[in-house]
Design a protein around this ligand. Structure first.
Ligand SMILES: *Cc1c(COP(=O)(O)O)cnc(C)c1O
Length: 380
């Protein structure tokens, strides 16, 4: 079966009780039991909910995993996965990991005793040399944010296997439609479903998928006890978003390719970062493990003033944090996603003041280029 067909026919795409074409929103906290000892499949909404179940089943299937779990946000999913570890444990983390992941590791989890080392994962050998006796996991993200740096999934999973640690990845930028890390040996995949899976900039949600049932059961127990679950309304919205995932990703990716190529010809643009460009470092690795460059393009303007000028003059994209919606979103990593990173660290990672990130939506790409052109040409 083609993956596009698979997305719509997951085995939990109809309500088992009524055959309704959409799983209803089971807005409920508790379920009456027929027997005081032998409980039915549902007992209390924090543990299980039929709408959330359908989403968890769907994401596990789409990521080719054994189990899926839905959380209140991407950060709730990521933090719940970090709760698999204990004080004294160590994890190796991609240096240009999502800003929120950086923040939670360097503040809350650091205080709590979970140690970390950031490494540039475009060099697999650096991962291997960062592994300590107490290392329990490698946490990757590819393409990375906001420079779209590429990490070799098979190489990372190979190192994790050899060293007996878990391979975890944040797959938000690609979605399972474009990239399925479990097929390359990853153990856990996390998502901010707020982005491409939801797709409409109308909710906050997170997902975690495990390759094995056993790791899945550990995450399930964290989900139930820690309780950062996704509610039934938002579970339903993500299920609805997923139904159009292939159509949205195909169209948004095509637009992103068009815009990245156009930006490459613009004199005001110093550099374009997009894995679909022939010049992009790691492009061959990326195209081996993903079906296309995705829908996020970053580009560098002369300096911070030039970037701010474009951000304030743009009319079509929202100037906002976030990405993955049907409308284009232009963001400024220096003050938005990466504001928590000290300027020196940011500079060392190539996130300059001239860098802007465009999440490409469904607008006609010619209109977006025209809007960018007028914003770049306008002078103070
Ligand atoms: C947005 C995002 C997150 C955090 O997700 P929330 O839903 O905002 O909590 C994590 N990783 C990546 C790559 C993201 O883009």
């Amino acid at each position: 079966m083609d993956y596009k067909t698979h997305i719509l026919h997951t085995g939990k795409d109809r309500d088992p009780y009524t055959n309704a074409a959409s799983i209803p929103i089971y807005q409920v906290s508790t379920f009456a039991q027929d027997d005081p000892v032998e409980f039915g499949p549902y007992e209390y909404g924090r543990s299980t909910n039929p709408t959330r179940d359908a989403l968890e089943h769907t994401i596990a299937l789409l990521e080719r995993g054994a189990r899926g779990y839905a959380f209140a946000s991407g950060m709730a999913a990521i933090s719940s996965v970090f709760l698999l570890f204990k004080p004294g444990d160590h994890i190796v983390v991609a240096e240009d990991v999502y800003g929120g992941t950086y923040r939670v590791l360097t503040t809350i989890f650091q205080r709590w005793g979970l140690k970390h080392t950031f490494v540039d994962m475009t060099y697999p050998e650096k991962i291997e040399s960062a592994i300590l006796p107490e290392t329990k996991a490698i946490f990757a993200e590819t393409p990375s944010n906001p420079l779209l740096k590429i990490t070799d999934l098979a190489a990372v999973a190979g190192i994790a296997k050899k060293k007996g640690v878990l391979a975890i990845i944040d797959n938000t930028f690609m979605s399972p439609y474009l990239q399925r890390p479990i097929e390359f040996g990853f153990d856990i995949v996390v998502h901010s479903a707020t982005k491409f899976l939801g797709g409409h900039s109308d909710l906050i949600a997170g997902l975690a998928v495990t390759k094995d049932v056993q790791v899945g059961q550990q995450i399930k127990s964290i989900q139930v006890h820690f309780g950062a679950i996704l509610g039934p309304q938002d579970s339903w919205l993500i299920l609805r978003g997923i139904k159009t995932l292939s159509a949205r990703m195909d169209a948004q990716q095509k637009n992103a390719q068009f815009i990245a190529e156009w930006l490459s010809t613009q004199p005001a643009v110093k550099r374009v970062y997009y894995p679909g460009l022939a010049s992009h470092p790691g492009r061959d690795i990326h195209l081996r493990q993903a079906s296309g460059g995705g829908a996020v393009v970053s580009f560098e303007l002369e300096n911070g003033d030039a970037a701010k000028n474009v951000l304030s003059r743009i009319t079509l994209p929202l100037m906002a944090v976030s990405l993955g919606g049907v409308e284009s979103i232009l963001s400024y990593p220096a003050t938005m996603s990466h504001a928590a990173m000290p300027p020196s660290e940011r500079a060392a990672r190539g996130i300059t003041d001239g860098l802007v990130r465009l999440s490409v939506g469904l607008e006609a790409p010619e209109d977006l280029c025209e809007d960018l052109r007028q914003a770049m040409e306008a002078k103070e």
